[in-house]
Design a protein. Structure first.
Ligand code: GDP
Ligand code: MG
Length: 437
């Protein structure tokens, strides 16, 4: 029972004009949902009062209620100050990544580096300054290797200040655009953590300090952010694990209580699962209205434009084949977890719940499709119509599956081709191009 579900059901309650009773019911539901999502009671009261006032002012009705909710949530979430990533006037831009242990600092550092490298074309250095946990440096090694970003590490010392000082010198002489410093966390705030962090901060002289907040921890995350703000100073908050169930509440809490701009949200374990925090998008998603813009942005970041054009041409001519099908599945993989994607499609919020654990990368389905396509001759791949019964039998053997599975996958392919063709109609082309641009 997520905040989005409750919002959606509250919205459904308002059906008639001038129905005060319906409004009261909807407001009560809203209130319950917000409190349950661990939003501070003062914030809840403020929010509910404003939604009620605005709805009544506009004349009670569904649209009026929706508008009031949208404006109120938007107002709460928007902040003065920086949005997304901000580059320092003089490179390198240095970011100190802070937060409690397990909040997602290291993963988020990798995601940010990926974002900066892929979308901003920047030269990024990650610094391993968490020397508390044995596995921390190794974790960063794996991440940086995977994403192709440089790592500064020094196992000869246990002193993060030394590591950071040397890393900064290297960053300057090697002309890095951005330095991301991954620091150690604790299970809870303590003197030692804060004093180490202050030393690391003073050595790194960061352009900005980011605090990574675990969305699943509710008011705890809000309180901890507050004390990091007081003791270390923070310039931005990144919400991690936003793909979890408890999400929305913590965004409202940080925005209204800590008053530090929310900069990014991480919604998934994959390196592509990071996006700029934009109030409108979050409000839409909270209200179950989807986020087409976010989806298009994510899609265009991994789909090569030329490749996309070639594909649409082929689809238009009805030449969409198995090679294209496989290629499409592969680019889907790069998009990150299905669940966070589905949440962006209007009306598909519910579906994303069902897909919770669907992992394209390790999907049995994708493996089967790959096996099947690799058993095909080049002619068969290019011309799906060739596949008669005897060929299907041969494929089943070759791919080590039942003919039933072969039929099922072929049917899927036909559907995909049909969908693709539909997209390629006059209006569809427009939609697709809009999505790609
Ligand atoms: P750190 O101790 O703060 O450096 O935290 P880590 O980066 O090691 O992350 C702790 C755990 O949270 C790891 O298992 C991550 O895979 C997971 N994690 C981090 N960010 C996300 C996220 O956005 N979504 C999900 N589902 N898991 C995440
Ligand atoms: Mg870590």
């Amino acid at each position: 029972d997520t905040l989005t579900d409750s919002f959606t059901s509250a919205i459904k309650k308002i059906r008639f004009h001038d129905d005060e009773k319906a409004l009261k019911k909807a407001l009560a539901e809203l209130k319950k949902a917000l409190l349950k999502a661990d939003v501070h009671h003062k914030v809840v009261k403020e929010l509910i009062d404003r939604v009620e006032l605005d709805t009544k002012k506009a004349g009670i009705g569904k649209d009026q209620f929706l508008d009031a909710m949208r404006f109120t949530l938007h107002d709460l979430l928007k902040s003065e100050g920086h949005q997304g990533f901000v580059f320092a006037a003089n490179p390198p831009t240095v970011i100190l990544m802070t937060g409690l242990q397990g909040s997602g600092k290291t993963t988020t550092t990798g995601k940010l580096a990926t974002y900066l490298k892929e979308q901003k074309k920047k030269k990024v250095l990650i610094v391993a300054a968490d020397l508390q946990r044995m596995a921390a440096v190794e974790q960063l090694r794996q991440i940086t290797e995977q994403i192709g970003v440089d790592l500064y590490e020094d196992e000869a010392t246990k002193n993060p200040v030394e590591v950071v000082t040397a890393a900064m010198a290297k960053a300057k002489s090697n002309l890095y655009d951005v330095v991301l410093v991954d620091t150690a966390g604790r299970l809870a705030i303590d003197e030692e953590l804060m004093s180490e962090l202050k030393q690391v901060r003073d050595a790194a002289k960061p352009s900005e300090i980011f605090y990574v907040a675990d969305s699943m921890t509710g008011q705890d995350a809000v309180r901890t952010a507050q004390s990091f703000k007081e003791q270390i100073g923070i310039d931005g908050v990144i919400l991690s694990k936003y793909d979890g169930d408890a999400k929305g509440g913590v965004a409202l809490g940080i925005a209204s209580q800590v008053q530090v701009p929310l900069r990014f949200i991480g919604a998934g374990e994959k390196m592509a699962d990071l996006e700029v925090f934009l109030p409108d998008r979050i409000v839409n998603r909270l209200m179950g209205l989807g986020d087409i813009e976010g989806l298009a942005e994510k899609a265009s970041s991994v789909i090569d434009e030329k490749q996309a054009k070639k594909l649409t041409q082929k689809i238009k001519k009805g030449q969409f084949n198995f090679n294209d099908f496989l290629e499409q599945m592969e680019s889907m993989k790069k998009l990150g977890s299905m669940k966070s994607l589905m949440g962006m499609i209007p009306g598909m919020g519910d579906m994303s719940k069902a897909l919770k654990d669907f992992d394209l990368e390790n999907s049995q389905e994708l493996k089967q499709i790959k096996a099947l396509v690799s058993s095909m001759t080049p002619k068969e791949r290019e011309n799906p119509d060739l596949l008669n019964n005897s060929r299907k039998q041969r494929l089943a053997k070759g791919a080590g599956m039942d003919q039933m599975d072969v039929n099922r996958i072929l049917k899927q392919f036909k559907n995909a081709a049909k969908m693709a063709k539909k997209f390629s109609g006059k209006k569809g082309m427009q939609d697709l191009q809009n999505m790609m641009s």
